[in-house]
Design a binder for this molecule. Structure first.
Ligand code: F3S
Length: 425
């Protein structure tokens, strides 16, 4: 890999041992990938504060500097971690103090995370604590090179914002934070941003549930390729696209899609493919739609719902407002809990707008920082949950060993109020 002068200097230790270790990691990583060079990044979204048993042990024995070296730089060196070189944010992590007594998340992990925030915050890690950093002020511009983790955020950044990032890992984002560099390969390069598969919807896709189901279909058929989707599509909003992308990255590994006339790198169908449009297309019709619905509901047996989970990826303010509207003047079934996951900044706005109070008066909760999949917890005794998120319906049954129902927001709120799943296609 060719290194620029500033990169060589970092590698040689001109900016201290931590930066040298970070550059060493990027060189090893880039060479393994076949990257020819590094590119400059000014926007890193990674995970530094998430508490894990391995991290807790390292911190107990050696402190936070060493924990960062081992976990975020893949180095066993003993050195001080300096201030991050470029703007960096923490994605979702574990639940915080406000969830104690609400979720069964261990208090010990909450304490470790608070320590982590106190260490990383002053070193330039913005504690956004959400899988949707683009909803709370971290909004890269079109063409901007970034180093982001979190599959649902990566596919949003590439596709909806036209920014450029691969799906990075804990170590590569740690190294990018200290150097402002990341290997220039994959989604950073023009030639890897054109569509590969044409998918045509032949049934209407214009509700939140429709976009989730369509995304789940698209991910399943294209896996890690780059779909271009057309057909009977309504005009999606931010929540539809966040749901669609998260679903494509759950059933498959999509990091970039195009919707001609909607997403920025696809003003036309031809532009999405860089010229010739493939003659073959994959059709999403009634049969495929029903298949997706049945797949997402094949983990459900009992219709007695203990838990309703909304906000995956983390909810927008509009989604929180909708839940409040649906719960106004109602009470949850005594045996059913409802949690809506949201970025903490949006929870503050929901508080000011009165939405949180309405939801809590009904017996529901607006929780921040994390989610059941990330923190691996649900309300005590949960056997059956319902969700409007294709991603959670895909992952949570395996993570927590519980049954799942997938449906609309209205069906989920109905299940929270009645305790019974009555969803249908
Ligand atoms: Fe976010 Fe958790 Fe879903 S991190 S994307 S709410 S699985």
């Amino acid at each position: 890999m060719r290194l620029a002068d500033d990169e060589k200097a970092m590698l040689d230790g001109a900016e201290g041992p931590a930066v040298a270790a970070a550059m060493d990691l990027l060189v090893r990583y880039g060479e393994a990938l076949g990257a020819e060079r590094l590119c400059n990044v000014r926007n890193v979204a990674g995970t530094m504060t998430q508490p894990t048993p391995a991290k807790a042990k390292l911190v107990r024995e050696y402190g936070w500097h060493k924990a960062f070296a081992v976990i975020n730089l893949d180095s066993d060196g003993d050195f001080e971690i300096p201030h991050m070189r470029v703007p960096t944010c923490q994605l979702q992590h574990g639940f915080g103090e406000d969830a104690l007594g609400v979720t069964p998340y261990p208090a010990e992990l909450v304490r470790i995370q608070q320590d982590a925030e106190a260490f990383y915050g002053p070193r330039g890690v913005n504690i956004l604590a959400t899988c949707t950093p683009y909803q709370v002020g971290n909004l890269p511009v079109r063409g901007e090179h970034c180093a982001w983790m979190e599959s649902s955020a990566v596919v949003y950044a590439n596709s909806v914002l036209g920014a450029r990032t691969n799906c990075e890992g804990t170590a590569s984002t740690g190294a990018a934070s200290l150097t402002g560099k990341i290997p220039c390969w994959g989604n950073h390069l023009d030639e890897n941003r054109l569509g590969t598969h044409l998918i045509e919807a032949a049934v209407p896709v214009d509700s939140f549930r429709d976009w989730g189901m369509f995304g789940y279909f698209v991910g399943e058929v294209v896996q890690e390729n780059r779909p271009v989707v057309t057909g009977t599509l309504g005009h999606p909003d931010l929540t539809d696209l966040k749901h669609f992308g998260a679903a494509t990255a759950s059933s498959g590994g999509v990091e970039l899609y195009h919707i001609p006339g909607i997403t920025p790198e696809a003003p036309t169908l031809e532009a999405a493919f860089g010229g010739a449009v493939p003659s073959e297309k994959i059709v999403y019709g009634e049969r495929e739609r029903r298949h997706v619905y049945e797949t997402l509901n094949n983990q459900g047996e009992s219709t007695d719902v203990d838990f309703v989970l909304l906000g995956c990826p983390h909810a927008s303010l509009d989604q929180i407002a909708k839940v409040a509207h649906l719960l106004e003047g109602r009470r949850l079934n005594p045996g059913t809990e409802l949690w809506i996951m949201a970025p903490r900044a949006l929870r503050t706005m929901a508080d000011r707008s009165g939405y949180t109070e309405i939801i809590e008066r009904a017996g529901g909760r607006v929780l921040t920082d994390s989610c059941p999949a990330m923190s691996r917890v649900a309300p005590e005794g949960t056997r059956v949950f319902a969700t409007d998120s294709a991603k959670q319906a895909h992952y949570l049954p395996a993570i927590l060993g519980i049954e799942a129902w997938f449906g609309t927001l209205e069906e989920c709120v109905d299940a929270a109020v009645t305790g019974v799943w009555r969803g249908e296609l």
